[in-house]
Write a protein that binds this ligand. Sequence first.
Ligand code: PLP
Length: 397
Amino acid sequence: MIDFTQLTSNSVAPKIGMPPGLSAETKYIFSVTYTDPEAMQLKDFADAMDTVIAREGLSLGPYPPALGHEGLRSFIADDLEKNRGIKISSENIFLSSGASGVTQTLVAAFINPGDVILMDEYCYHGSLNTFIRNGANPVHIQMDDEGIIPDALENAIQQNIEQGVKPKFIHTISVYHNPTGITLSLDRRYQIIDISKRYGIPIIENESYADFRIDGPELPPSMMALADHEGVIYLSAFTKLLGCGLRVGFGVFPESARVPLENIFFGTGPSHLASMAIFEYLSKQKQEYVDGVAISLKMKRDAMIRALSEFFPPSCSWTEPNGGMMIWVELPKNANTWDVLDAAVERGVKYNPGSIFRADRSASNKLRLTYSQNTTTEIEEGIAILADVFENEGLFD
Ligand SMILES: Cc1ncc(COP(=O)(O)O)c(C=O)c1O
């Protein structure tokens, strides 16, 4: 018998500890930012798929271009100019397997073991784990309700420089941040760009939730649009909008990043068929579809906030986001949401313990609740159950 575990590559990092309950099957899924099933328009998407196969199915014979489907990249370039203020050629956009694929490509092109990445106080665990797995050293920077605090960012840079380390990137999820829902304010954007310029540290800007405004102020322009130092790499995806299973995301890069990215063939591109169908579908109805998603997510967000107000005691607090699909909840200081996840899963509810968003696994009295998957009635039922679990486990004391 051949034992493949004996053949494991030395470059594979040890498994990162995650609570086992996260992979359990439950009725109430408050732990993943799935595409909102109520907003999906499957008939229209099936029509788009039929149309592209009939019209240009033969183009699936050869391998697609290195950057990905030309039509979809041009659509993205126009959309970024209209909605995020970015003026960029489609030749500076590459398609990838979701936003995660872009992060993995950036890590492969730019990250060496030991590189310091300055990031939000809490960071989407998928990106965080990718950095950790590849030996990077994440340094979390304090945030407030306007996003990363510039003084804290500059202090961290100076401390690293004093120790002989120049941080490699500033990484931020700048709109409807995962997990807190916070949007980086315009003023902060300028301050962070200024820091990036002065210290020569580029920014990775993850705007995966830019299409998910529900209400509240319009989003400020992206940092890639505001910056004049060619020091921002931007990424986003169509996964949350149209289907996580479609696995299509994109990275946008300044010219000097072309060669390092070209050297690794821009990572592994997505399915060309999925790209073709997304192009066909969105170029006809993006705004209408985005508006439908916002209506559905508003009902779900409101249902979750209503349920939290009804079932959670005053010792707890939570955010009320204007977009995205998640609420960040803080319980009393001694609560441990990681340890109690299994008890919640037994009652059919999953959530993300706050600690998974920190490299040091702190923030154990916090949790992230997502509201995109379940119906409003299920959200109310699930939050009532979760409150009961937390109460029984003493987390509200
Ligand atoms: C900020 C952020 N980036 C990336 C991802 C990964 O998304 P994708 O499915 O597009 O790879 C997520 C998913 O939750 C996310 O919230």
